[in-house]
Design a protein around this ligand. Structure first.
Ligand SMILES: Cc1ncc(COP(=O)(O)O)c(C=O)c1O
Length: 404
C-alpha cells in the first residue's frame, strides 16, 4: 500500500478528511475525542440507517419485496440506545441468541414477535425465561433443543438450524467459518436430519423454517459459495416438507483493507432472487456486521511512540479486550489519524495496554509522524467490539455514544 491509498480506501462521504480534519457523521472527530474522552466508541445513526436502507433497496430491486424479512443480529452490538434507534426505524426485527438478549431487545422496544431466536446449548433456566415471551420464533440447532422446545411448546411451529457442512467467510479466513470440513456444534447435519424430523413430529411440532448461518464477513468473491450453500440447503427444505421460510443467516461483510471491495449487493440480491424468487419461500436475513460495523469508530488516546529493534510501536489507551475482533479473528481495524497529515508515512504497529502478546491493534500500519497527534481512531469498530468486551487486566472501561 502506498501513502495515497492508505489515506484513501476507507474514506466515504460521512467518514473523510475535510480541511485536514477527520469528519464522521458530520462531526469533527477531534472534537468528539476531546469531549467524550478515550477510549470511546461512537456510532453513526445515519450510517446505520443507510446500511439498512441499502439492503432493503437491493432486495426490492431484485423483486423480492414482500418475500423477505430482515432481523438485526444483536450480538454484533447491543448498545441500548442503538437498539432503540433500530426499533424506531421500523426497518428490522431482531435475531437474538440468548434469553438475556431477548429481555434486552424487549427492554429496548422490540416485541417478542419481532424476535427470531437461534441459540446453542440451551439450559433449563434459559428455557424458563424464553417461555415467558409468547411470540418468539425458535430455531432449534440440535436434537436436544427440539426435545426442550417440544416439551415446552408442543404443537407449535419451529425452525431447524441445519449444518450443510459447507462454510463461507471473508477471504480465506477459516476462523470465520461456522460450518465446513471441520465438524462444528452449529446446526443439525444431514445425517441426523431424519431423526430431527421424527423428534419434532413426536411433539406435534411443525418444521416451518430451515435456518443456516455458515460464516461471517463474505464479500463479492464469496457469492458463488453462498449460492452453492443455498442450493445445497434445499435438500433440507425438501425433506422437511412443509417449510414456509428459509433463514440464510448473516455473514455479509464490509471492507477491512485496501484490497477489499464493498459487497456487490445487487449481485447478492440476485442470488437470493434466483434461489427463492420462484419458490414461494419467504427469505429471512439476519446480518449484524453489515448493519453496524462500519457505523462505529473507536477513539483512542496515544500514549507513546517508541522504536524497539526494527519496529516502531504506537501505544494507545485501550487494548484488544474492549474490541476483540482484530485479535481473535485476524480482522484488522485500520487506525486513522484525526488530522490529515501529508508528512511521509512509515510503518508502525499500534498496540494496546493489556499484558497479552496478542494485544496488537494493527501490525505495520502506514502512519504519519504522530508527534502532533493526541489520538487515533480505529474504523469498523461498530460490531463485535463493545459487545465482546471483557474486563481483562481490569482495563475494561470505555464509553459509548450514539451520534444523530
Ligand atoms: C446464527 C447467526 N445469525 C447471524 C449472525 C450475524 O452474523 P454477521 O454479523 O456476520 O452478519 C451470527 C453471527 O455469528 C449468527 O451466529
Amino acid at each position: 500500500m502506498n501513502q495515497e491509498s492508505y489515506y484513501r480506501w476507507w474514506q466515504r462521504t460521512d467518514l473523510c478528511y475535510q480541511r485536514e480534519q477527520l469528519l464522521f457523521a458530520g462531526r469533527r472527530v477531534q472534537d468528539l475525542a476531546d469531549q467524550f474522552g478515550t477510549p470511546s466508541f461512537v456510532y453513526s445513526t445515519s450510517r446505520i440507517q443507510e446500511n439498512l436502507t441499502r439492503l432493503h433497496t437491493a432486495l426490492t430491486a431484485a423483486d423480492l419485496a414482500g418475500q423477505y424479512s430482515l432481523h438485526y443480529a444483536m450480538k454484533a452490538n447491543r448498545f441500548a440506545p442503538l437498539l432503540t434507534f433500530l426499533k424506531q426505524t421500523g426497518l428490522c426485527g431482531i435475531d437474538a441468541c440468548s434469553p438475556g438478549e431477548v429481555e434486552h431487545a424487549v427492554s429496548c422496544g422490540f416485541a417478542p414477535s419481532d424476535i427470531s431466536f437461534t441459540a446453542s446449548s440451551l439450559s433449563a433456566q434459559d428455557l424458563a425465561v424464553l417461555a415467558r415471551y409468547d411470540g418468539i420464533f425458535m430455531d432449534c440447532d440440535s436434537l436436544h433443543a427440539i426435545h426442550c422446545w417440544g416439551q415446552l411448546k408442543p404443537h407449535t411451529k419451529i425452525g431447524l438450524r441445519v449444518n450443510p457442512a459447507m462454510g463461507i467467510g471473508r477471504a480465506a479466513n477459516d476462523k470465520l467459518h461456522y460450518a465446513g470440513d471441520v465438524t462444528t456444534k452449529f446446526g443439525i447435519y444431514q445425517e441426523q436430519f431424519a431423526e430431527a424430523l421424527d423428534i419434532a413430529k413426536s411433539y406435534g411440532l411443525q418444521v416451518s423454517k430451515i435456518h443456516f448461518h455458515t460464516g461471517c464477513g463474505y464479500l463479492t468473491p464469496q457469492l458463488e459459495q453462498l449460492e452453492r450453500i443455498i442450493t445445497h440447503c434445499f435438500w433440507f427444505v425438501d425433506q422437511a416438507g412443509q417449510v414456509e421460510r428459509v433463514n440464510i443467516g448473516g455473514g455479509l461483510g464490509v471492507p477491512h483493507v485496501d484490497a477489499d471491495q464493498p459487497l456487490a449487493l445487487e449481485r447478492w440480491a440476485a442470488v437470493l432472487h434466483r434461489q427463492f424468487g420462484a419458490q414461494g419461500l419467504h427469505v429471512e436475513i439476519e446480518p449484524g456486521d453489515y448493519i453496524v460495523k462500519d457505523a462505529g469508530l473507536l477513539l483512542l488516546g496515544k500514549t507513546f511512540v517508541e522504536r524497539k529493534k526494527n519496529t516502531v510501536f504506537v501505544g494507545v489507551d485501550a487494548g484488544f479486550n474492549i474490541a476483540p475482533e482484530p485479535a481473535y479473528y485476524n480482522l484488522p481495524f485500520q487506525p486513522v489519524p484525526l488530522h490529515y497529515d501529508d508528512s511521509t508515512c512509515a510503518a508502525m504497529s499500534v498496540v494496546g495496554n493489556i499484558n497479552e502478546a496478542l494485544d496488537v491493534w494493527y501490525e505495520q500500519a502506514w502512519l504519519p509522524d504522530l508527534t502532533a497527534h493526541r489520538h487515533l481512531a480505529l474504523i469498523n469498530a461498530g460490531a463485535y467490539s463493545s459487545a465482546m468486551a471483557s474486563n481483562h487486566c481490569m482495563r475494561g472501561q470505555f464509553k459509548e455514544f450514539l451520534l444523530f
